[in-house]
Design a protein around this ligand. Structure first.
Ligand SMILES: C[S@@+](CC[C@H](N)C(=O)[O-])C[C@H]1O[C@@H](n2cnc3c(N)ncnc32)[C@H](O)[C@@H]1O
Length: 193
């Protein structure tokens, strides 16, 4: 069943989407030990229009950067003091440990090939003191890219095509597998719903 195609689901998402994004923002920010005695530098990689994260950041003590390959969406970000940098996540133009926190939401499941994914995660580790990535779990009940119920159903032909060589362009790894990346060593896995 594809929930994402149901009109009721679209209404639900439009009406309550921001509420749940805010709730996720509040939950993930509790996971990061950020000090408030100096301005905190935060980078979102794959920031798009900032609807997942940047829109909720507030306060005089926060300096916000965003990186994306697509600068169109980022132009809509009106946050005061927001700096946008057009760059590829695998080569971030910042000094080592420049940021107190590097965030990505809905980015890493799209990065391929795997060699590039390794470089991207290594960059997060290089430029950030702390890092936080939100990635769909392999055991998610609702596949978030198509609103389809239950993980195994995502492998249907409608999602990957039926031509030889067509593959699913999404990284769905187990929680445990994500911790195997060198850039994620010492990272903690937390399930959100
Ligand atoms: C699903 S969107 C993230 C949405 C975003 N978190 C928000 O608040 O709207 C993924 C974003 O990652 C960007 N992206 C994909 N690959 C990238 C890369 N290699 N380097 C930088 N940005 C990338 C895409 O352009 C897209 O805007």
């Amino acid at each position: 069943m594809i929930l994402g195609k149901l009109p009721l689901y679209r209404v639900w998402k439009a009406r309550y989407g921001t509420h749940f994004k805010r709730r996720r923002f509040e939950r993930i920010m509790k996971l990061v030990p950020l000090s408030s005695d100096h301005p905190v530098r935060i980078l979102e990689v794959g920031c798009s229009s900032g609807k997942d994260f940047i829109q909720f950041l507030d306060g005089p003590n926060v300096e916000i950067w965003g990186v994306d390959l697509d600068d169109d969406a980022a132009r809509s970000i009106q946050h005061s003091g927001f700096h946008f940098v057009h760059a590829d996540a695998e080569q971030l133009p910042f000094d080592d440990k420049f940021f107190d926190l590097v965030v990505s939401i809905g980015l890493l499941e799209h990065i391929e090939p795997m060699e590039k994914l390794c470089r991207v995660i290594a960059e997060f580790d290089r430029v950030g003191v702390h890092q936080l990535s939100v990635i769909p779990s392999v055991s998610t009940i609702i596949e978030p890219h198509c609103g389809r119920l239950f993980f195994p159903r995502r492998l249907e032909k409608t999602m990957i095509g039926d031509q030889p060589g067509q593959i699913l362009h999404l990284n769905f790894l187990s929680d445990h597998s994500w911790t195997k990346f060198e850039g994620f060593r010492n990272c903690q896995v937390t399930r959100l719903f």
